[in-house]
Design a protein around this ligand. Structure first.
Ligand SMILES: Nc1ncnc2c1ncn2[C@@H]1O[C@H](COP(=O)(O)OP(=O)(O)OP(=O)(O)O)[C@@H](O)[C@H]1O
Length: 597
């Protein structure tokens, strides 16, 4: 992502700020200033909500904290004694400073609060996290109301220097948009978006989801804190309810209207909603349009605003501006595939890539009373292709899950290059060298093909252009180079399976664990897949462990085969040995099928 794309997105704000400062009449310029403050708040909320997929009701809490912190630092000292007669003496010296010091105070207070709430909250996803954000909003409100000596409680907090002009707010709004856009394309933003699409798949490429959630939470909190401080200076006087549910729902509506997952959507949704609400507000008091006189219509603004949201959600599920950023629509996303591969190494991941053999030793797994795996042991040599077969319910997927750490083994060890990977946090296992795919495809559906693979390359330590080059090389290896700009969800089925392989390949693993890679493929697609897997093994010296029901594929591809039945290993050997093994024939292949393969 080049800076130019982010700047392009911020240009309309720069233009608005300049026009408002020098060309628009006072009242309209004031509206433009308010609009830009909303942009900061909505784009800020979007940094967390859009990238993590977690709806937040809490960000107005950060705005409130920013407003009060900045208010206390900038309040006119002469008014201070009237407005806050019981202010603790140690806080008296704070008053009377500039807006910029007010913003610094807002950032400090918000950073500390975001840290305290964010660390435990980062472990939560989905509705649980949303409920916590709601709780956060209520807590901030109650604390502000209860801290009357410092905030005037539920009464109006006044005396804040007001009269912000558009040129003061514009650079901050433009910078917020640039920051949000750069964050979205950053290593951290991409990892979080991957987790938003599929947390298990994100973990399988080494994403530390709590860490990425926390980073987004902090950045979005800071932006909202700044927006709150600016709103305080715009209003000059406010109370806690100005930062409560009404504002929360207004900002959420703006975000949803434009499209929750893009900065373009946050920006565009804010502008559209703001303009619509202003127009409705004009009409609500009675107006004459094209010679037709409209009487005052109480509630028109609220009802009209709600209708705009409902209609747009009904017609455009992904918001007015869809899933792609404005600058992406201009950019050439289908650049020629690169073949280069950067040097090995995983800088910044804190995980060493392990090489050597993969040893599965006495692995067992129980689900309650059910023994899904019992005492399974075998070894895969580097570069070897091992097939894992067995009837339905034999424990094949459970074994892949146990090796990759997704479902921890109840007993036994898994060693890679002599190191026990079962002891590692699950997101570190792929970085240590075990890439995997899933029986039911788990792609990041609303990310592009290139982003799906780049997320893995970045998780494994590549950055910037190197990550893109690695991702393109992995896509080329599975024959998807031409599709890099498409959304993953739009790929045909066979291509989706190959994309999952490319994503795992971009981790530069020592072994690839493939769970039914040919499931649902027609014979042509299966033949292509076999060619791809052979090439991968040849080019990258990667060992493969393949779970498959397609015995022809297994027999053609594998050096050795492990056979499971009812959770136990019943045979192991070369394809010829396994094909001739009477236990295997009885349990799985069946005598007629044995003849066929
Ligand atoms: N999360 C789980 N909770 C409870 N039981 C489970 C769970 N996962 C798997 N099992 C059970 O463990 C056994 C092994 O399942 P597993 O999916 O590993 O078999 P499989 O060999 O991959 O089968 P298939 O070829 O049908 O995919 C089955 O009896 C299954 O019902």
């Amino acid at each position: 992502m080049k800076l130019s794309g982010a700047v392009l997105l911020a240009l309309p704000l720069v233009a608005l700020g300049l026009v408002a400062q020098w060309l628009l009449p006072g009242a309209t310029a004031r509206l433009a200033t308010l609009l830009m403050i909303y942009v900061i708040a909505v784009v800020g909320t979007g940094v967390y909500t859009g990238n993590s997929g977690i709806m937040s009701f809490g960000h107005c809490g950060f705005m409130a904290l920013g407003a009060y912190a900045s208010g206390l630092v900038t309040i006119n000292p002469r008014i201070l004694h009237v407005a806050l007669p019981h202010l603790p003496p140690m806080l008296h010296g704070l008053a009377g400073h500039s807006l910029w010091l007010g913003l610094v105070a807002a950032l400090l207070v918000v950073a500390v609060t975001a840290l305290v709430f964010g660390l435990p909250m980062a472990r939560l996803g989905g509705e649980a996290a949303t409920i916590v954000t709601l709780g956060f909003l209520v807590i901030v409100y109650v604390v502000l109301v209860a801290s009357g000596n410092i905030t005037r409680g539920s009464q109006t907090f006044f005396g804040i220097p007001s009269g912000l002009d558009p040129l003061t707010v514009m650079p901050i709004a433009a910078l917020s948009v640039v920051l949000a856009r750069l964050y979205k394309e950053s290593h951290s933003g991409l990892a979080l978006r991957a987790a938003r699409e599929d947390d298990i798949a994100a973990t399988s490429i080494g994403v530390n989801i709590p860490r990425e959630r926390f980073a987004a939470w902090l950045l979005s909190a800071l932006l909202c804190g700044v927006a709150g401080a600016l709103l305080a200076h715009f209003l000059g006087a406010f109370s806690p309810k100005d930062f409560y549910f009404n504002l929360t729902f207004l900002l959420m509506a703006m975000l949803i209207l434009g499209g929750i997952s893009t900065v373009t959507g946050a920006l565009g949704g804010t502008v559209v909603m703001f303009v619509v609400l202003q127009l409705l507000r004009q009409i609500e008091g009675g107006a004459t349009i094209a010679g037709v006189h409209l009487p005052p219509m109480f509630g028109l603004t609220s009802i009209g605003g709600a209708l705009v949201i409902l209609l747009s959600m009904y017609k455009l599920r992904d918001g007015l501006f869809g899933l792609r950023e404005l600058d992406e629509r201009f950019a050439d996303r289908l650049a020629a595939p690169g073949q280069a591969r950067t040097a090995a190494g995983r800088p910044g991941t804190g995980v060493e890539r392990l090489v050597g053999k993969l040893e599965v030793d006495g692995v067992g797994r129980r689900f309650g009373g059910l023994i899904a795996l019992e005492d399974v042991s075998f070894t895969v040599e580097p570069g070897q292709v091992v097939g894992l077969i067995g009837p339905n319910g034999a424990g094949k997927s459970t074994l892949i899950n146990a090796i990759s750490g997704v479902v921890p083994a109840s007993s036994g060890t898994v060693r890679l290059g002599g190191h026990d990977v079962a002891q590692m946090p699950v997101h570190k296992v792929p970085l240590a060298g075990l890439g995997r795919t899933f029986q039911n495809i788990r792609l990041f559906r609303n990310l592009t093909v290139l982003e799906n693979v780049r997320a893995a390359a970045e998780a494994a330590g590549a950055r910037g252009e190197a990550a893109v080059t690695e991702a393109r090389a992995a896509l080329a290896a599975v024959g998807l180079a031409e599709m890099s700009g498409r959304l993953a969800a739009t790929l045909p089925y066979g291509a989706q399976r190959r994309l999952e392989i490319a994503r795992a390949l971009a981790l530069r693993p020592s072994f690839l664990l493939l769970d039914e890679p040919a499931a649902g493929m027609n014979p042509t697609e299966t033949n292509e897949l076999i060619a791809v897997l052979r090439q991968i093994r040849e080019d990258h010296s990667i060992g493969l462990m393949v779970v498959e029901h397609d015995l022809k594929l297994i027999m053609r591809l594998c050096d050795r085969i492990v056979v499971l039945n009812k959770g136990r290993k019943i045979a192991e050997g070369t394809p010829d040995e396994v094909r001739a093994d009477p236990h295997v024939v009885e349990a799985y292949i069946g005598s007629r099928a044995a003849e066929a393969v």
